[in-house]
Write a protein of this length. Structure first.
Ligand code: GLA
Length: 380
């Protein structure tokens, strides 16, 4: 048989595509299954993205939540490294924010108030006197619209949500898009974008709780952490930044060199005591960037699993699950105790709308909010 030029070109393109989608002989896929109903009877879905290496990421449209991340250890054994629940009922009304997309404002806003263009906005106070993670019904409790946007770059799930003007007290109709892409390099990329029709403030993040030993076993105190940050933002008794950017050098907050999370967590340090462990924003040395920069590395010496966090954001909240107290029964009825997991929430600094010297979180009509974060998994 004689092959024409277009036929050869077609065959070549097909071969390349198949290769990109099925390195190592496996095929990357996306599957959809039922994930239970919300209290008001809406059926939620779970989308499972698999790459050619067998890494698996499951995301639900309830709260834009990453439900599980299954990755190999140094011996190739695959386990789920996220805390969470078996179905949507656990996530509803949950106070831990396991795996959720957080908005409109990740972290705290002091006393539920901020002023923008001379107008004071009042938000729900759902964390003592402060607003936490977008208020009483933030993005983690909303139903998102899902769409498969997979490409040769990987299986990709797009979630969109329209937050109406005045929702949880924030101004402007805000149109939000979050795209989760699982690449064959074992990288999960989260791409956030948003537009508004009125001046507003915005700080989106993901609240995954990682335990690299898998299945939420034990605690994370032996996990070795590096944070590419030489300063952090100390807090007051309600965990609101004082405004100071304090050097980490000589303090238990210095993770510029890989250090076990538990090595200094119980030291007699005012900041550690205020938070019951680590629950602070680190000021990333790279600042706010257009391209991704390496913000953090976490390595579990027992399993050999390593997580790298790359972001375009100027800050990262390192939280050691201080509020987990054994009262939550998660996946497979697992009890989650204090320090069962850590979070690395890429973000702008907490309470920025009340700190003019912090990098701005304002978004205006005509502008496009855009940030990216990557969770990359390796073994050593
Ligand atoms: C963030 C906060 C913590 C806590 C958790 C959720 O990490 O900084 O103080 O509220 O979310 O429990």
């Amino acid at each position: 048989m004689k092959l024409s030029v277009p036929m050869v070109a077609f065959l070549l393109v097909s071969l390349l595509t198949v290769n990109a989608w099925s390195a190592q002989g496996k095929k990357s896929t996306m599957q959809k299954q039922a994930f239970g109903k919300t209290d008001d009877g809406q059926q939620m879905d779970l989308y499972t993205l698999t790459n050619a290496k067998g890494m698996e990421v499951a995301i639900t449209n309830f709260g834009g939540t990453i439900v599980s991340i299954k990755v190999p250890d140094k011996n190739g054994n695959i386990a789920d490294v996220l805390l969470g629940y078996d179905d949507v009922s656990g996530y509803q009304g949950g106070k831990a924010y396991f795996g959720a997309t957080i908005g409109r404002y990740g972290n705290r806003i002091a006393k539920g108030k901020f002023t923008l263009d001379g107008k004071t906005y009042t938000l729900p106070q759902n964390d003592g006197v402060n607003t936490l993670h977008g208020g009483t019904k933030g993005f983690s409790q909303r139903v998102w619209t899902a769409k498969d946007v997979s490409s040769p770059a990987g299986q990709a799930l797009q979630l969109t949500y329209l937050s109406k003007d005045g929702e949880e007290g924030f101004p402007g109709n805000l149109s939000v898009k979050v795209v989760f892409t699982l690449a064959n390099t074992n990288e999960l990329k989260i791409d956030y974008s948003a537009t508004t029709d009125k001046d507003t403030v915005l700080n989106l993040t993901n609240h995954s709780y990682f335990n690299l030993s898998g299945k939420g076993e034990g605690d994370i105190l032996g996990t070795e952490l590096t944070l590419h940050a030489s300063k952090f933002t100390p807090v007051d008794a309600t965990l609101i930044p004082t405004g100071e950017l304090r050097a980490v050098k000589g303090t238990p907050f210095d993770f510029t060199k890989s250090t076990a999370i538990g090595a200094r967590i119980n030291q007699d340090d005012e900041q550690l005591k205020l938070a019951g462990g680590y629950d602070h924003n680190w000021v990333l040395d790279a600042g706010k960037t257009v391209a991704l920069h390496l913000a953090a590395q976490a390595y579990d010496p027992t399993s050999g699993r390593e997580l790298e966090v790359l972001t375009t954001e100027p800050g990262i909240q390192f939280y050691t699950g201080n509020f987990l107290d054994g009262s939550i029964h998660g996946k497979g009825d697992k009890v989650y105790n204090k320090h069962a997991a850590f979070c690395l929430e890429t973000q702008h600094f907490p309470d920025s709308p009340n700190h003019p010297k912090f990098p701005t979180t304002e978004l205006k009509p005509g502008q496009r909010y855009h940030t990216m974060t990557v969770f990359k998994f390796l073994t050593k």
